[in-house]
Design a protein around this ligand. Structure first.
Ligand code: UD1
Ligand code: MG
Length: 428
């Protein structure tokens, strides 16, 4: 986002009468409120937030509390984590409007590009609301330690290192939103944020060679040493940036992370239920404690970010989300599965390579073109999934396109579960 540029433009035009109109019910009241710097946000779309919560938490709850005979202590910890996470959901709902007002006052806003030419496209939409989710999430994750870990637990070091990396990432994401950092610098920010986790990482650095390949490699377990650390670093860089570039439609940034988080939760509980090894079970329980509050707080943000967005999440959120998912994948030891959940992001990245590395011109925003007359989006030549979907399946509204992309994300996760099921026993 071009923060300084936007601020300068807003100042040059003077007070905009249309400003904040979408964020409040009455345009006239909006102009008045905006002049006083007193934005009143449109209420969140609670139907979408609760429907998504039911859809994504139901399978996890069923598996954890009905299907698998999980240990009573583990169930208790999941319940406590779930209860605190629900409080987090409510706190985010309450805080987003407050933070939005402060952010807008400081010139932190964006224009909705896919509504260009309409009055709605002229509205200043508060940006970087990921900061609220990030802070609430960290508070929950820090408080949760009190209920679940003994002061001498060996998991505490890695748990806190993971939180330090997430916190560092939120800070760098917010700095990016404020300063609009150049693209090549943006790419390496997650590598800096991942350092606390890499330095504290005490887990294994070996990988199990897939059975069909073991005879070629000559060993069943391969010790990677520092190369494993490099892999973790690259995973953090990939997860953060790939979420950030699969964006630009109302609801897509948060929607994709909600779907992936739900899949991660289900994967964790399935692994706990099907494994007898206490170490594996602990690693996946650990991942549940980090993902559950992330999912619920993100769902509250989804209510505000769903079409038509009354707030934008900013790079603060996309980086925070990517780093959280990367650390749970690393510490839960399921990075391969995580990459399969990220299938749309992997495809989007591969399609983006020519533009990202400047073999082909890369505009500041690689978004579709908006047809004011019909209200539909048309795909451009830019190499990303958003435009490819439009070119493949034809023009559609922004909301439909976002839903299609989220269905594709969910199908990718289902494909991953199917693949794991088919390969069990044969692959590893
Ligand atoms: C990445 C993408 C860029 C895309 C942008 C959208 C690459 C290399 N970069 O850039 O193509 O346009 O994300 O987030 O692929 N916005 C909307 N509607 C939304 C969300 C965002 O119009 O639903 C616009 C707003 O003007 C907002 C801006 O995108 O202010 C935020 O862009 P930013 O996150 O700063 O872009 P990048 O992450 O650099
Ligand atoms: Mg972004």
């Amino acid at each position: 986002m071009a923060r300084s540029r936007k601020r300068a433009t807003a100042a040059a035009r003077g007070p905009q009468p249309a400003a904040a109109a979408a964020a409040v019910p009455e345009p006239a009241a909006a102009a008045e409120a905006d002049a006083a710097g007193d934005l009143v946000l449109r209420p969140p779309n609670l139907r979408v937030a609760f429907a998504a919560m039911a859809l994504f938490l139901a399978p996890f709850s069923y598996l954890a509390f009905v299907h698998y005979p999980l240990d009573a202590d583990l169930r208790r910890s999941i319940l406590i984590c779930g209860a605190i996470s629900l409080v987090g959901f409510l706190v985010v709902l309450r805080l987003v409007p407050v933070a939005a007002r402060y952010l807008l006052r400081r010139g932190m806003f964006g224009k909705d590009i896919n509504k260009k030419g309409l009055l709605m496209g002229e509205i200043k939409v508060p940006e970087s609301l990921g900061i609220v989710v990030g802070i609430v999430y960290l508070v929950i994750a820090i408080l949760f330690q009190h209920y679940n870990f003994a002061p001498d637990s060996i998991w505490l070091v890695e748990y806190n290192a993971a939180l330090a990396s997430v916190c560092f990432m939120i800070l760098l994401g917010f700095i990016d939103d404020v300063l609009d950092i150049p693209w090549r610098v943006k790419l390496v920010l997650p590598a800096i944020a991942a350092l606390p986790l890499l330095m504290a990482y005490a887990g294994g650095t070996s990988i199990i060679i897939p059975k069909p390949l073991a005879s070629y490699v000559g060993v069943e377990v391969l010790e990677l040493g520092w190369m494993y650390m490099l892999f973790m670093l690259l995973l953090a860089v990939f997860c953060t940036n790939s979420i950030n570039i699969h964006a630009g439609l109302n609801g897509l940034e948060v929607g994709q992370t909600v779907v992936i988080s739900a899949a991660v939760l289900i994967h964790n509980v399935m692994r706990i239920g099907s494994s007898k090894d206490p170490e594996t079970q602990q690693a996946h329980a650990f991942s549940i404690y980090l993902v559950l509050p992330f999912l619920t707080t993100s769902l509250a943000l989804l209510g505000f970010n769903w079409y038509p967005s009354s707030v934008f999440v900013g790079d603060t959120y996309t980086y925070f989300a990517g780093m959280t998912l990367a650390v749970v994948g690393i510490l839960g030891h399921f990075s391969e599965t995580l990459l399969l959940f990220f299938l749309p992001q992997v495809l989007n990245f591969l399609c983006s390579v020519p533009q990202l590395f400047h073999f082909v011109h890369c505009p500041r925003h690689r978004l579709p073109s908006f047809e004011k007359r019909t209200g539909l989006l048309t795909g451009t030549k830019d190499g990303n999934l958003v435009n490819i979907f439009l070119r493949l399946f034809g023009k559609c509204s922004e909301k439909s396109l976002c839903i299609r992309l989220l269905i594709f994300q969910a199908l990718s996760c289902l494909f991953c579960f199917w693949l794991r099921y088919m390969l069990t026993g044969w692959y590893k």
